[in-house]
Design a protein around this ligand. Structure first.
Ligand code: 13P
Length: 366
């Protein structure tokens, strides 16, 4: 690659200051089951499809979002008036990304640790998506923190998997979002989250190097260093911001353009506050952005009033995008959450996520 490669330019655009990524890669069944929130108006597949269309139609969606991630089926779906959803996304100026993962399977011999599925035939799918205007893909690998977990073997296997997909993505001129996630679910301390995150990121960047993947041409998506969700002692905003950056500075090459954090089950407001606090600290070599799923998608689900009224859901979505866009500049404040830019009622974000009590289909999360 050269410093000026198209892939590097696309990666920079994805995490440009003031903007971030909406991880809308939830299948319709996942939406119906409440992965983002409990009130998809009338719980049917049609309602979930209407909701997705409502998202894609949101005016000014690109003001604070650079990109959106969806599952491949969205490429073949059309809005009620026949417009392809991908065209609606492009009209709003967003880059389109795809999650190719087709499921999860136990790491051989384990009953607790998982690796993603979806490598079979991936090259052909990537070629097809590239021809259809897709700019990037996302590959998530996850580590669970429990006594004795994660194992070194799981970290290494998952790091290899994400590096292999990243190398393949580059062959087809797609930017890979490399996503090693240390889950926050559990009663572990922030110190333990730090230690596992550091180790997982080390393994990931080693594997990327071995696969010849240039850091300039990827976006890293990872977790913030927080206390486990059930840990009795919860670290405050400043501690999370400092510890997250201390961990990343140990491992992440300065050549990387930016990091799009996942929200991982944090409340909308916590995720935004943590991102904002990081961006108020000393400048870093990479931009610090977001690639939130639940911390953006939950609010429009809760505000949406069904097909008849798209605007409430769209207002909530725009509001979350704007709040997080401001957080990438260190310009957010909690007071901004109490009103929206167009004078409507704010969305109901700010509570702890309900999480996923029942594991969803394999395409959602293990
Ligand atoms: P959350 O922000 O809900 O963790 O989702 C981000 C994501 O896409 C994980 O793959």
């Amino acid at each position: 690659m050269t410093a000026e490669s198209t892939l590097a330019a696309t990666a920079q655009r994805m995490v440009a200051p003031g903007k971030g990524i909406f991880a809308a890669d939830v299948p319709l069944k996942g939406l119906m089951r409440g992965w983002w929130g409990e009130s998809i108006h009338a719980r049917s597949e049609d309602a979930a499809a209407d909701f997705q269309e409502m998202i894609c139609r949101t005016p000014e969606l690109g003001d604070h979002l650079s990109s959106i991630i969806v599952f491949p089926d969205v490429l073949d779906r059309r809005a009620g008036d026949g417009t392809p959803l991908a065209d609606l996304i492009a009209q709003r100026g967003l880059l389109l990304g795809i999650t190719p993962t087709t499921g999860w399977q136990f790491l051989g011999g384990s009953k607790h640790e998982y690796v993603p599925r979806g490598l079979d035939g991936l090259a052909k799918r990537l070629e097809d998506w590239r021809e259809r205007g897709v700019a990037f893909i996302k590959w998530r690998v996850a580590a669970r923190v429990r006594p004795g977990l994660p194992t070194e073997r799981a970290l290494v296997s998952n790091a290899r998997s994400v590096a292999e997909v990243a190398a393949l993505a580059h062959q087809f001129d797609l930017v890979p979002i490399v996503e090693p996630e240390v889950e926050m679910k559990g009663d572990h301390t922030i110190e333990r989250q730090f230690e596992v995150t550091e180790r997982f990121l080390h393994r990931t960047f080693e594997a990327l190097y071995e696969h010849g993947v240039a850091p300039e041409e990827i976006v890293l998506k990872t977790n913030m260093v927080v206390s486990g969700s059930d840990c009795p002692e919860q670290a405050g905003v400043d501690t999370v911001a400092r510890e997250t950056l201390r961990c990343l500075r140990r491992v992440v090459p300065p050549a990387l353009p930016g990091i799009g954090f996942l929200s991982g089950g944090q409340s909308d407001r916590d995720a935004t506050a943590h991102l904002d606090a990081m961006n108020r600290l000393d400048p870093q070599p990479w931009s610090l952005s977001f690639s939130f799923g639940r911390a953006i998608g939950r609010a429009p689900v809760e505000a949406w009033d069904g097909k008849a009224d798209e605007s409430s859901g769209q207002t909530a979505l725009r509001h979350r995008a704007r709040m997080n866009g401001l957080a990438t500049l260190g310009e957010w404040s909690a007071e901004m959450e109490s009103g929206t830019e167009d004078g409507r009622e704010p969305e109901s974000g700010g509570r702890k996520t309900p999480g996923h009590k029942t594991p969803g289909r394999e395409t959602e999360r293990p």
